[in-house]
Design a binder for this molecule. Structure first.
Ligand SMILES: Cc1ncc(C[n+]2csc(CCOP(=O)(O)OP(=O)(O)O)c2C)c(N)n1
Ligand SMILES: [Mg+2]
Length: 327
């Protein structure tokens, strides 16, 4: 699908926003201002490209790797930063954005996304669901259950596998004996496609086709977006213990944002000035976001227990009582 110039620039803005969020989040982590953070560097082509094929009624189900994906829907950076700060104001209402909660357990959101998509079909409501997960997730039972269920029910679901070749320190070769992850689609009776995960336009094309098929009643599609993780898994990880550092260096040279920038410059759509202003805008949004997040009062500790017990055990009840007197 050929995107108009205006759309290409919007796609670029979204990629920059995701990139800058990631860069700043890493700095905020180092400054002790947010907690552990799952680095999304060089996953922006998959995240921005795939979601660019969605409309307002469509749902996004992110894993931790796609934590900032709400940005493409206009979610404030402060909300996502608060999530990483463990603050309740980071728990958004999914209905406000059609973005489900960030899923940390591997693959458990695939059945949720399949269920939502099936529900849309049952109610004859418009909208498809798009679920993101990693290569490692394809070895999980929940992935199998969700993919199989969606195919049997012909639910309008797009399954986007971010195959970054690693599940923390487990390489793809130890993850599966399948030649490709897209091949797994065959077993579920759905189309499976493989795309270059660093080519935002290729990702968008594949997602657009899958979304159109889902909308037309053609059921789910599995997209395998292939690349190689060129940053640590998360801030708590030291990949030097297991990764091929030369390969990482090589991969970093072909990172996805610079690659898209080169395409846009060649088409005469982008120059140094626009590059600088788009980045400045994203950086300003992040500065405002962290300030907003930090200005939020600390959460009430009682909240942790609020929905945990119908009848709190005596010890906790006593602590809550004490807190109530203090606060
Ligand atoms: C059910 C479950 N098991 C184990 C973990 C610990 N864990 C966190 S990230 C991760 C690797 C997942 O790799 P992959 O699916 O390839 O996604 P990526 O992190 O590469 O985006 C694991 C095993 C978890 N979060 N949930
Ligand atoms: Mg992975």
């Amino acid at each position: 699908m050929r995107l108009a110039d205006e759309a290409l620039l919007e796609l670029y803005r979204r990629m920059v926003l995701l990139r800058v969020f990631d860069e700043r989040a890493l700095v905020y982590h180092r400054q002790g201002r947010i907690g552990t953070y799952a680095i999304a560097w060089n996953h922006e082509a998959i995240q921005a490209g795939a979601t660019f094929a969605l409309g307002e009624d469509d749902w996004i189900f992110p894993s931790y790797r796609e934590s900032p994906i709400g940005l493409v829907r206009g979610m404030p950076p402060a909300t996502i930063l608060q999530w990483w700060r463990g603050h309740p104001s980071g728990w958004w209402n999914p209905l406000d954005w059609n973005v489900a909660s960030i899923c940390v357990p591997i693959g458990t959101h695939v059945p949720h996304a399949a269920g939502l998509a099936w529900g849309k079909k049952l109610k004859s409501e418009p909208g498809v669901a798009m679920v993101f997960f990693g290569d490692g997730a394809t070895s999980e039972g929940a992935f199998h259950e969700g993919a199989n269920f969606a195919a049997v029910m012909q639910a309008p679901l797009v399954l986007v596998c971010n195959n970054n070749s690693w599940a923390i320190s487990t390489p793809l070769s130890a993850q599966t004996h399948a030649e490709t992850l897209a091949d797994k689609a065959k077993g579920y009776g759905m189309p499976g496609v493989r795309v270059d995960g660093l080519d935002v336009l290729a990702v968008h094309d594949a997602a657009h086709e899958a979304v159109e098929r889902a909308r037309a009643g053609g059921g789910p599609t599995l997209i395998e977006a292939v690349h190689y993780r060129a940053a640590p898994h998360a801030t708590a990880d030291d990949p030097r213990a297991y990764i091929d550092l030369e390969r990482v260096e090589e991969e970093r040279k072909h990172e996805c944002l610079g690659r898209f920038e080169a395409v846009l410059r060649e088409r005469g759509l982008l120059d140094d000035e626009l590059v600088a202003s788009v980045r400045r805008e994203a950086e300003a949004a992040m500065r405002a976001g962290i300030a907003e997040a930090e200005a939020e009062p600390p959460p009430d500790p009682r909240l942790v227990f609020e929905h945990a017990y119908a009848d709190p055990p005596a010890e906790i009840a006593a602590l809550l009582e004490k807190e109530a007197h203090r606060g």
